[in-house]
Design a binder for this molecule. Structure first.
Ligand code: GDP
Ligand code: MG
Length: 689
């Protein structure tokens, strides 16, 4: 019935407020009649407010024959509420192991209920198991017995003691040499002490008895020399008869109680050496495992149990820390994936990581050190596996952003006329690399580790910056060459046109002089500008070759334009007209009969026909003025027009081919003949009038 009540409480049907007074005095049956372990101990420890107490708690258990006032004593000492046998009914209490929290103290108290199997010849099994269980977890084991039982070796008590000692050897035997964690205080409480025999005598008897039992134990070979004192401290106390001298009983219980609560008491029982070093939040798991081992009759290997506990708990603690961490890390996943450079990402990541590790360390460092450290490494690996993509994403985003800022800076810097290309580029480059480096350094989570390096990404950025700068320089150079070319055309176009129109015998001398002089100025202009572009010698050579070729092509285009059939015929006609229709003073001739039309006509015609060979070939009178296009300018690469053929400079010196010249000559003759006929007619008509 009581068990049912407790279960309901714990399962939360009408759960009182946690840490309210009520929950502090709750009790729990950790092992029931069926010998199965409760699944609610962890929750109960939390409800008692002990879960986070680390090592600052104690465990005490009791051992002794049935109905020797054990539960009564525990309730008096610790303010607990264990069932006490009802005197009037002499009813047997339920079998099992119960636990309460001591009032106003961080103590878990275990009460073992059970039939006295030894006397009844039944269920020694449970007794042995509960002893094992108690020893594996308790710091102090109260051994409760009547005064009159002292010295009765054959009695049930001695059997129990023997069980305790045997069990202890099995549990802690191997560990006693190196550690203190196997040490336990056996506190004998002699009940109904009448006082005739002084405590000192009873104590001596018990000590001798227990020593004798120890000696008689069949110990494993490696523990043959083990001493009782290696594992146990013994303490003795006596309590007066509860019914006969209740006042003195209460007074002594009060004194005994102070040994459990008052750390200043010289006989304070919870010495650090007795602590089993199971953190409070691991007690439930540990006890459950111990009980399972006990149940299945496996050899109880406590170090292994502690390691198992550590693995379980460190995993749990790590999972909690990791879950919180992941929640935080998730917040920046989107922005990073969307290409954003997250301000202060490194600081955030470092703080999430630090928080998770601190949380883990706080709770897990109390457990088995090897396991704790190993799991810490695992945790760190998981954390970094989450942070690493954020870090790499940030680097990539930074890279993109710095590159695009670099482009913008260059475009901005190249506005207007008054800029130095090299300065603009180097400023933008320094700025971009600086920004990347600062941003990357900020994002580093652990500078000690090679996993957070960004130098490679910086190299990539530098390469791209360089190629952008190169492209820009090429574009700029091209632009500049185009401008220079336009300028060249502007400067030469008119004078070439005039010279071609005048068609003086040294026509080509003037044209080539204009051409070479302008070209020289143009080359100088290029070299001045190119200096700020940091162009290589090779690029300069190429650019100059391009310029020369384009200049020449421009000149040739101009010449072609001016010598196109219609244009040149016009020029010839004008030349002829000037000589045929006007006299040497520029006065129009009015032909009179008898005028030497034929003579004038012939002279004007021959003069004009002489121009055709002059136009046909670019050939200065002064041969030193001849221009020769350098070979590199002739070759294809220098040409932006895309043609890949070698430019035939020599061929370009011919303006009119022979056929063309012949053709033009014929056409001109016809024109001239028409003028002649017209002139003849005009004299006829003047006669006719
Ligand atoms: P347990 O079975 O060892 O837990 O014993 P209980 O605490 O249930 O007590 C068994 C009976 O002994 C009850 O009737 C108690 O009233 C009685 N009792 C408790 N303490 C003492 C004591 O110090 N002396 C005597 N004579 N009886 C006690
Ligand atoms: Mg009891």
């Amino acid at each position: 019935m009581a068990a049912e009540l407790t279960r309901n409480h714990v399962n939360g049907l009408a759960r009182p407020q946690v840490n309210g007074n009520h929950s502090l005095s709750e009790r729990i049956q950790i092992v029931d009649e069926e010998k199965s372990f409760t699944s609610d101990l962890g929750t109960q420890i939390e409800r008692w407010g002990l879960r986070d107490s680390g090592f600052s708690y104690d465990i005490v258990a009791v051992f002794g024959s049935q109905s020797t006032g054990k539960s009564t004593l525990l309730n008096r000492l610790f303010g607990t509420s264990f069932d006490v046998m009802d005197e009037t009914k002499r009813q047997q209490t339920t079998k099992g192991i119960w636990m309460c929290r001591g009032q106003n103290m961080n103590v878990m108290v275990m009460d073992v209920e059970g039939t006295d199997g030894r006397e009844r010849g039944e269920d020694q099994d449970f007794e042995r198991k509960s002893a094992l269980f108690s020893l594996a977890s308790s710091e102090v084991l109260l051994i409760n017995l009547w005064e009159h039982q002292v010295g009765l070796y054959q009695g049930a008590n001695m059997g129990l003691l023997k069980t305790v000692l045997e069990v202890n050897l099995g549990l802690f035997g191997k560990k006693a040499q190196d550690g203190t964690s196997g040490r336990t205080l056996l506190l004998f409480v002699i009940r109904d002490h009448i006082g005739q025999t002084p405590l000192a005598n009873l104590q001596a008897t018990l000590a001798a008895d227990i020593q004798r039992i120890w000696d008689s134990l069949s110990k494993p070979k490696e523990l043959e020399l083990a001493q009782l004192g290696d594992y146990f401290d013994l303490a003795f106390t006596a309590l007066p008869h509860k019914i006969l001298v209740p006042d003195r009983f209460e007074a002594e219980v009060k004194r005994l109680r102070s040994r459990f609560v008052d750390k200043q008491d010289p006989d304070y029982v919870f010495k650090p050496a007795y602590h089993k070093r199971i953190p409070a939040d691991g007690v439930a798991f540990y006890m459950e495992n111990i009980w399972e081992q006990v149940q299945t009759n496996k050899d109880l290997d406590l170090p292994t149990q502690q390691e198992l506990l550590a693995q379980f708990r460190c995993d749990e603690i790590s999972a909690v820390a990791l879950a919180e961490f992941n929640e935080q890390a998730k917040s920046q996943k989107r922005p990073i994936e969307a290409g954003k450079v997250v301000d202060g990402l490194g600081e955030m990541m470092r703080s999430w990581r630090k928080m998770a590790l601190e949380q883990y360390d706080r709770d897990a460092s109390r457990y088995h050190q090897g396991v704790y450290k190993r799991k810490r490494g695992d945790l760190l690996t998981s954390i970094d596996a989450t942070l690493s993509p954020l870090f790499l994403g940030q680097l990539k985003n930074l890279h993109k952003s710095c590159l695009s800022t670099f482009k913008q800076d260059i475009l901005g810097g190249l506005k207007g006329e008054d800029y130095d290309f090299a300065v603009v580029v180097s400023k933008a480059k320094t700025k971009s690399e600086h920004r990347f480096t600062e941003g990357a350094k900020e994002a580093v989570v652990d500078p000690e580790s090679i996993h957070w390096s960004w130098e490679e990404e910086l190299e990539l950025l530098k390469e791209e910056v360089k190629s952008v700068a190169d492209q820009c320089r090429k574009d700029e150079t091209k632009k500049m060459i185009n401008a220079i070319e336009r300028n060249f055309k502007k400067q030469t176009s008119e004078s070439v046109e005039v010279a071609l129109h005048k068609a003086a015998p040294n026509m080509w001398d003037s044209i080539l002089t204009i051409f070479t002089e302008t070209l020289q100025r143009t080359e100088a202009a290029y070299l001045t500008k190119a200096r700020s572009f940091n162009c290589t010698d090779e690029e300069n050579t190429l650019a100059l070759a391009t310029l020369r070729r384009r200049a020449w092509l421009a000149l040739r285009a101009k010449i072609d334009e001016q010598t196109a059939e219609a244009v040149i015929l016009g020029k010839l006609r004008a030349h002829f007209e000037e000589r045929f229709r006007y006299d040497e003073h520029g006065v129009p001739r009015v032909w009179q009969p008898g005028d030497d039309i034929d003579g004038v006509f012939k002279k004007a015609k021959d003069d004009t026909l002489d121009l055709i060979p002059l136009y046909s070939k670019i050939k200065p009178v002064d041969s030193s003025l001849e221009y020769i296009l350098p070979d590199d300018a002739s070759s294809a690469a220098a040409d932006s027009s895309g043609s890949s053929e070698e430019y035939d400079f020599n061929a370009s010196l011919t303006v009119l081919s022979d056929t063309k010249a012949f053709d033009i000559t014929n056409k001109f003759r016809k024109d001239a003949d028409a003028y002649y006929v017209e002139a003849k007619r005009s004299t006829v008509s003047s006669i006719a009038h």
